[in-house]
Structure formats: C-alpha cells, structure tokens
Write a protein that binds this ligand. Structure first.
Ligand code: HEM
Length: 396
C-alpha cells in the first residue's frame, strides 16, 4: 500500500481511510518520509494516540504542533509562543487565563444567543432553495461565535475566518508566502483590537485577556496576538467542517438521516457524537519526543516528530464496533475528535452547542438536500472538510 500522509492529493476526497486502515493493522507507529524535512512517526491506533496526547513529559507540543509550520513563514515570534505549542506548567498558567470562559456552565450561558444566530443563518438562505452550504451556512456560525466572544462585529468574524482557511491550507497549493501573509493580516487586525479594547474595555474575552495577569504581570501585545490567533483559528473551520461534513454524511446515509429525523431531539446527542467521530475535522496534532521512547514496538528517538492521526484513531476496530459504519445511535463512543490530555479542546462545550443549534435549524427547517455540484475538499493535510458544497433543498 502506498502511504502518503503529506500530499494534499491524499486528502482530496476526505481523510485517507484506506491508508489509515492499512497502517493501524500493519504498522501502527510507522516512520514516514518528509521531502525537505526530517520525517515523522505516524501514529494511528486509538490507544497509542491517546497515550501520546496525555504523556506531555515524553511528547512535547514545542516547538510546534504542525509537521511543517506555516507560522514559521511569518517570521520569528522571538520568545513568544501560542498556548497550543506550550507544555505544562507554562501551558497550565496560560490556559487558566481563559478556562473559565469555556466551562460547560459558562458555555451554556451562550446557548440562547447561539440558537438565535443559527436561526438568523438559516433565515438568510432558506427561501433560495440553493446555496454553498460550507460558506453560506456552516462557516457562518463559528465566525459569528468567535466574533461575539471577542466582542467584534460579526462581519469581521467572517473576514478573520477566511484568513484561518488560508493558514490551514497546504502551502504548496497557495501562492508563495500566502500562509505567512494571512498570519500577518490576522496580527494587524489583532493590533487594532488591542487599541480598541484598551481604550474602551467591555465585557468580552478580548478585554478580559488584556486586563488579566500571568505571573503577576499583564500580557504583552504579542502574547495577546497569539491567543487571538489561536482562538480564531481553533474554533473556525473545525466547527464548519463538522457541520458540512456531517450534512454530507447524512446525505450519503439516508437511512441514518431518516432515523435521526424520526425523533430528532432525543436522538441528537448520540448523532452529534457520531458525526464528530465520523468527520474528525482535525486530522492530526504533532508532538516532538523529548527523550527516547518505545511506542507499539517503534523505537522513537529524542527529537523525532510524532504525529497523532485522530481520524485514524476514531475508526479503530479495537475500540469501535463496525467503525466504518455511520451509526447515529452509537451509545459507546469514546472518540477523540477533540483530542485529550492537557491540550484537549478547550472549546468543546461551545462547539457542541453550536453544532446542536445548527443541526436543529438546518435539519428541521430545510429538507430534500441534494448536491448541486460535486464536493470540493480542502487541500489540507491538517484540517479535513469540504471547501465548497453546493446544495439544493426545500423549506419544510
Ligand atoms: C467541531 C469542532 C472542534 C473540533 C473537532 C476541535 C478539535 C480540537 C483538537 C483536536 C484540539 C487539540 C487537542 C489536543 O492536542 O489534544 C483542539 C484544541 C483547542 N480548541 Fe478545539 N475543536 C473544535 C472547536 C473549537 C471551538 C469552537 C473553540 C473555541 C471557541 C476551540 C478552541 C480550542 C482551543 C483554544 C484549543 C487549544 C487548547 C490548548 O492548547 O490547551 N475549539 N481542538
């Protein structure tokens, strides 16, 4: 079996489950060559992904979590790092600054507003009978939610989200330097947010971050900008891809779609978790070994890159019964679409509220979905999902 987990071509039709299946079965921790780079270990079994993600003492998130890092294009951040690329205890201190905004009860307080946004998004397209589901429906929700969290105009959330998409796109499919430029534009915008929120602080996450202290001092501008980039980045195309990949999965599995709709509210919780397992919008996170280690028989050396494939772990037959079947009633579903360990997705409670609100509005108010053109997938080996998905539908 030809294994290539780098080429965007491998991801042109969704995640390469054929390759993942072969790897899990034959070489669950396998060395992968990297043209122009050092190479990396590809980890595909659920238990190994779980173990690597939790063992931050052996597998570090520094210096970066991408195999090749587009942020490096943007120039040096000097001593500054994004929280996603820190290890405990430094990471713990930074995560604590925003943790309280993302707890389950804090997220629930946003529920009503998120439902109102979902209604507004569907209102905007429902009479048209046709739309690009990715950009006009699914992408709107995370853009709006992040804008509201940060206290920004909703329209700006859309623009920031477009920059995120560029950052996550395989650099070889973009004009040279485009990833770095997108990061710089994000920083330029973040600089304006700093000025505005310092002058007129409000009850929003951006103002709170600028006011809070880490190690007895205020955040420096660059520290704020990296937080800003992380939050815009992490909550954007992940949630979008779950929604559009989820709708695609329902269209491709009409029996499951019908099962969900025949008792929607009661069946939504297991359906949502199964769609998370099925789509696994984050393809991988990378770690770097801090010391020699052994994983599933592979001899990992200090300094080696170790890459956890969440989509592969989420189809592990050792953990999931009939993993290649979409089963919206799946009761036992220990998927790791949100990761685990110290970096486990901070936004997962908000993400679940966004997903539920959108699925409810879309599936109970729109019907008869069919593709109006073939799905175009994101050319990315990091984030998985449709880039464009023109659909026809009826109101009803
Ligand atoms: C379906 C939607 C989402 C998926 C699949 C997802 C997935 C992930 C994954 C896999 C990680 C890395 C976990 C690890 O390394 O173990 C992560 C981290 C993170 N996510 Fe999400 N995410 C989603 C939505 C969101 C949303 C809506 C937000 C915020 C509004 C968010 C904020 C974050 C943050 C801040 C981190 C970094 C946490 C840290 O470094 O401590 N995510 N997410």
């Amino acid at each position: 079996m030809k294994i290539d987990l780098l080429s965007p071509a491998s991801f042109a039709g969704g995640q390469p489950h054929g390759q993942f299946d072969w790897l899990r079965e034959n070489a669950p921790v396998r060395w992968h060559e990297e043209p122009g780079g050092a190479g990396f270990w590809a980890v595909t079994r659920h238990a190994d992904v779980w173990a690597v993600d939790r063992d931050f003492q052996t597998y570090s998130s520094e210096p970066t979590i991408m195999i090749t890092d587009p942020l490096a294009d943007a120039g040096s951040f000097g001593p500054y790092k994004m929280m996603l690329m820190m290890d405990p205890p430094e990471h713990t201190g930074f995560r604590k600054l925003i943790r309280s905004e993302f707890t389950e009860p804090a997220s629930r307080l946003r529920s009503e507003r998120i439902h109102a946004l979902a209604k507004q998004i569907v209102d905007a397209v429902i009479r048209r009978g046709e739309c690009d589901f990715v950009n006009e429906v699914a992408g709107e929700m995370p853009s709006f939610v992040i804008a509201e969290l940060m206290g920004l105009p909703l329209e700006d959330g859309r623009e920031l989200y477009k920059l995120t998409e560029t950052i996550h796109t395989a650099p070889e499919t973009l004009p040279p330097g485009a990833g770095g430029q997108a990061v710089m534009k994000m920083f330029e915008y973040g600089g304006k947010v700093i000025a505005e929120k310092r002058a007129r602080p409000r009850d929003d996450l951006a103002s709170k971050l600028l006011a809070c202290e880490v190690d007895g001092r205020k955040l420096e501008d660059m520290e704020f900008l990296l937080f800003f980039l992380l939050l815009v980045d992490a909550g954007g195309d992940t949630t979008r891809n779950l929604l559009s990949g989820g709708l695609l999965a329902l269209m491709e599995n009409p029996d499951q779609y019908a099962w969900l709709m025949s008792d929607f509210e009661a069946r939504l919780p297991t359906a949502r978790e199964e769609l998370l397992r099925w789509t696994s919008p984050v393809i991988y996170m990378r770690r770097t070994a801090k010391r020699d280690a052994e994983l599933a028989g592979a001899k990992i050396k200090a300094g080696d890159k170790v890459v956890m494939y969440f989509g592969a772990a989420n189809r592990d037959p050792g953990v999931f019964d009939r993993p290649d079947v979409l089963d919206l009633s799946r009761a036992e579903n220990p998927h790791i679409a949100f990761g685990t360990g110290p970096h486990g997705c901070l936004g997962q409670h908000i993400a679940r509220i966004e997903i539920d609100a959108m699925l409810r509005e879309v599936l109970t108010r729109m019907t008869g979905f069919e593709l109006a053109a073939p799905v175009e997938w994101l050319p990315s080996n990091f984030i998985s999902g449709p880039k464009a998905m023109p659909v026809r539908f009826r109101a009803g």
